[in-house]
Design a protein around this ligand. Structure first.
Ligand SMILES: C[S@@+](CC[C@H](N)C(=O)[O-])C[C@H]1O[C@@H](n2cnc3c(N)ncnc32)[C@H](O)[C@@H]1O
Length: 434
């Protein structure tokens, strides 16, 4: 390894507490899904919905931890010639990830123990997709980490990053500061954890972290991520957060474009937080980045930013590509055609799942649109069908209603675009992969 490729305290943490904690035996009963490893999502955001991942696809999971995204990608790419490369500086984390791959019989992963900062010297070649989730904010220089990833990116490739959000983690940073001031320096890791748990048990109810406790419970309690989660959240020696303007600055500094947000994309639109027309008009004329920056402050609870980067903008799938088809996803996957069957024009249906409650305005056109969210009918063909089935419909009317459906569903992760009747139109059957 070269120079000082990582912070020793960071390496020691992940050797002692691989993150997230995983039991390889669980691979026989479930598959952990990650947005950043979902080929449908990646295809939409980074490859215009038209990439066939079965041939010549190379992906790198940088700071792969105990293997969640590596395993998910390798499962989806099992019957292809794709290469999945896992890289992490923690040997303990790699051991867990490798054991998980063995349980699943996955032979399509290359395992590397090294720092991201070593990438320019590792000779691994260029990658079409680089996933780096929750890692670069733990480097001494996030900028240097992104620059190193960029050296390994193919010209038309894309990077996924997850970085901590500034406003959504305010109480966490106050708690980190308190612990730095309270705990004697140089304590061993188990002692720090013991004293932190003791403190949490006695926190006054007025403390900001105590007030927010419910949203962090699963990260730190034994039934969730336990000690590894607690240390990662409150005791990490290197932890930096970003607001939206800083994300754009980071991307620009590396010569990259921010393509789109992958997690809670609806939260980055101020129109979803301000109903008042006068206030909305104050925002309307601003550019996309400043609208997103305001939205982040308005919503206030974005704990993390998940987003895609590439050298060129305009890499995502769009409704203007008539060869693409609609593909419902998430809880809507099986439900779109059922909703279509329930639609009575003029009514407003409500679609509710644990994440959202959406009003769906029923018209003869939206009914047709919901009935064709299976990746099989191209947008061009759907338009022809709608014009034939709903007398008096204009092309412009179809375009507007399709746009409305897309704007409501896509930012919430319910709808993606994919080349019609080609590779990837059927989302992998995750129950079969489990
Ligand atoms: C919070 S964990 C995230 C693991 C995984 N990406 C996930 O989301 O499940 C951070 C991981 O980054 C690794 N890491 C930290 N700094 C690194 C560096 N400079 N090079 C490679 N890996 C690093 C750690 O060892 C750890 O496994």
């Amino acid at each position: 390894m070269t120079g000082k490729p990582y912070l020793e305290a960071v390496r020691q943490q992940y050797e002692a507490l691989p993150y997230p904690p995983r039991d390889p035996a669980d691979e026989t009963r479930r598959l952990v899904l990650a947005t950043s490893g979902n080929l449908l999502v990646i295809n939409h955001h980074c490859f215009g919905g038209r990439r066939d991942f079965r041939r010549g696809f190379r992906c790198l999971v940088a700071g792969g931890g105990t293997g969640d995204t590596t395993i998910f990608l390798a499962e989806q790419l099992r019957h292809s010639d794709a290469e999945v490369v896992y890289l992490d500086l923690s040997t303990a984390s790699r051991a867990v990830a490798e054991a998980r791959a063995r349980v699943r019989g996955l032979g399509n992963i290359t395992w590397i123990t090294a720092s991201i900062l070593d990438l320019p010297q590792l000779g691994l070649g260029r990658f079409d997709y680089i996933e780096c989730c929750g890692v670069l904010h733990h480097l001494e220089s996030t900028e240097a980490g992104l620059a190193a990833l960029n050296t390994a990116l193919a010209d038309d490739g894309a990077i996924f990053l997850m970085l901590y959000g500034r406003y959504g983690r305010r109480a966490v940073y106050d708690m980190q500061q308190l612990l730095r001031e309270l705990l004697p320096p140089g304590l061993p890791i188990p002692e720090k954890i013991r004293l932190t748990r003791q403190l949490l048990a006695t926190l006054p109810a007025t403390n900001g972290f105590a007030r927010d406790y419910e949203q962090w419970r699963s990260e730190i309690e034994a039934g969730g991520l336990g000690d590894a989660g607690l240390y990662d959240l409150l005791l990490h020696s290197q932890d930096r957060c970003f607001d939206v303007p800083q994300l754009y600055q980071l991307a620009a500094g590396a010569g990259l474009q921010l393509l789109s947000f992958a997690h809670r994309a609806d939260a980055y639109d101020p129109r979803n937080h301000i109903g008042d027309a006068e206030l909305s008009s104050l925002i309307a004329g601003r550019d996309l980045a400043s609208r997103q920056a305001l939205a982040e402050q308005l919503v206030g609870n974005l704990r993390k930013h998940e987003f895609f980067l590439a050298r060129q903008a305009g890499r995502g799938a769009t409704l203007a590509d008539a060869g693409l088809a609609l593909r419902s996803f998430g809880t809507l996957y099986d439900n779109a055609s059922r909703l279509a069957a329930d639609m009575q024009p003029g009514r407003v249906l409500r679609y509710t799942d644990p994440e959202h409650s959406l009003p769906i305005r029923c018209t003869p056109i939206t009914q047709q649109i919901y009935a064709h969210m299976d990746g099989g009918t191209s947008i061009g063909r759907l338009r022809e069908q709608v014009l034939a089935a709903v007398p008096g419909t204009s092309t412009e009317q179809f375009r507007q209603e399709l746009q409305q459906v897309y704007d409501q569903l896509h930012p919430r992760g319910y709808l993606y675009l994919i080349e019609a009747r080609r590779y990837g139109t059927t989302v992998p059957d995750y129950s079969r992969l489990r």
